[in-house]
Design a protein around this ligand. Structure first.
Ligand SMILES: [Zn+2]
Length: 442
């Protein structure tokens, strides 16, 4: 899990077939990463390759079992990868033998727990995917699948797809983990968990704005997980969902994270027999899963089938509090700003649960005083409007910061690409001395 680009294999040695839209390059001062050689659209496949996949090691897995699992798969990997793998050396020797496990730990990246059994993380190492660096705001998603190779042996494959538009020259990044913490805490977590200091734009330049967003996310996500909301106050739940979703939009977290929040809202709707809202939220969630995983991804498949028939959602119809039909969702149309405000019952008194068509008739999103009975008082209304305004301002600031950072990063990597030959020579000359510094990884 230590930075694979610290492993002494320069980019020029990678002489096997490239994936077509990325190459390995030095990125900034950070070492080696995958860089787009062409513009990549959201949802486009970037990599698909055979990998070694092993469950994250803990006390219950002995070193011997870990090594055997790696060796069994290594034998079936291509010659380039084998060569690369055997050359890996554990740099900071502590007297432990340089075992297969130690080499694997150097090269691997984590694959999300959603594809594994029992919530454990899977670690994978492959010729290309091992070069993808982490970002807390990644532009791609890695997914593991299992299949049979041409000799009918069990094999593991990693697919990486773009979850955002990636411009030519931009680095392709994935998330090693998604963590909803404030930047300082997240950096500490990443250092402890993966052994590097994250240098992505939200970690590199934590601002008051970002701190506020993370605090709000942290509070609201904790809130929607409490039983209170799910059983007593659905309105508060949906209002919270809208805030969280908008924060995800602002923080540029509309990948698996955004999809998971929307799926949670759909599950909650289904619980209350609210088919209309369930379809609405899944309509927003499905494309996010599809971009990340493709049509065969487990989350994408599930979200699509639930969207077609929300009654398949576990727990569907436990209450009839929100009894609504799919046509109710069609009545409010796409979940744009107004549609979302209606679906999330903005402006409705807590404790109520109003059907979509009822709210759509009154276009609650247009002004929060639209429904006659049980509405907020003037002071509450003002509060809600202020909060919405503040949130919009936060989101605007974040979007500008992100744009600025992306531009700088792009310019940085272009500079590196232009002056690559001299920087490669320097790195070789300096040998091990600089390598410790290079371990910084986003
Ligand atoms: Zn980060």
């Amino acid at each position: 899990m230590q930075n694979p680009r610290d492993c002494g294999v320069p980019a020029a040695v990678m002489d096997y077939d490239p994936p077509g839209n990325v190459t390995v390059k030095y990125v900034g001062q950070l070492g080696v990463g995958l860089v787009a050689t062409t513009n990549i659209e959201r949802g486009d496949p970037i990599l698909f390759e055979r990998v070694i996949a092993v469950l994250e090691r803990d006390e219950s897995i002995s070193a011997t079992i870990y090594n055997i699992a790696i060796l069994a798969q290594l034998e079936n990997m291509g010659p380039w990868f084998k060569n690369y793998f055997y050359k890996l050396q554990k740099r900071h020797g502590d007297g432990t033998p340089d075992s297969l496990g130690a080499k694997f730990d150097l090269a691997c990246i984590p694959c999300p727990a959603s594809v594994t059994a029992g919530g454990k993380m899977i670690r994978v190492a492959g010729s290309w995917c091992s070069r993808t660096n982490h970002s807390c705001t990644p532009n791609a998603h890695q997914m593991l699948s299992r299949g049979l190779d041409d000799k009918a042996k069990e094999a593991y494959y990693v697919a990486v797809r773009a979850t955002k538009v990636i411009r030519k020259g931009e680095e392709v990044t994935v998330a090693y983990d998604y963590v909803n913490m404030q930047p300082a805490a997240r950096r500490q977590y990443m250092l402890a968990r993966f052994g590097f200091v994250c240098r992505c734009h939200v970690c590199d330049r934590p601002t008051e704005t970002i701190e506020k967003c993370f605090s709000a996310l942290h509070e609201d996500i904790a809130a929607i997980q409490t039983r209170y909301f799910s059983s007593i106050d659905p309105v508060k739940f949906f209002q919270c969902i809208e805030r969280i979703y908008l924060l995800h939009v602002g923080l540029d977290f509309l990948d698996i994270r955004g999809a998971q929040i929307l799926e949670q809202a759909a599950r909650f709707s289904a619980y209350h027999s609210d088919k209309g809202r369930a379809v609405g939220f899944l309509t927003l969630a499905s494309p996010l899963y599809l971009f990340a995983e493709g049509v065969q991804g487990p989350n994408a498949v599930r979200a699509t089938s639930w969207k077609d028939d929300p009654s398949l959602i576990p727990g569907y119809g436990t209450t009839t509090k929100g009894l609504s039909k799919e046509s109710d969702f069609r009545k409010i149309g796409p979940l744009d700003a107004v549609g979302l405000a209606i679906a999330c019952m903005q402006g409705i008194q807590e404790g109520q649960y109003l059907s979509l068509s009822y709210m759509a008739d009154r276009r609650v999103g247009a002004h929060y005083g639209g429904v006659n009975s049980g509405m907020r008082g003037d002071a509450d209304e003002e509060d809600a409007e202020n909060r919405a305004k503040n949130l919009k301002e936060l989101i605007k600031t974040l979007e500008e910061e992100k744009k600025h950072h992306d531009l700088e990063r792009l310019e940085g990597s272009q500079l590196i690409a232009n002056g690559n030959s001299s920087s490669t020579a320097n790195k070789k000359k300096n040998g091990g001395k600089n390598k410790k510094k290079k371990k910084k990884k986003r």
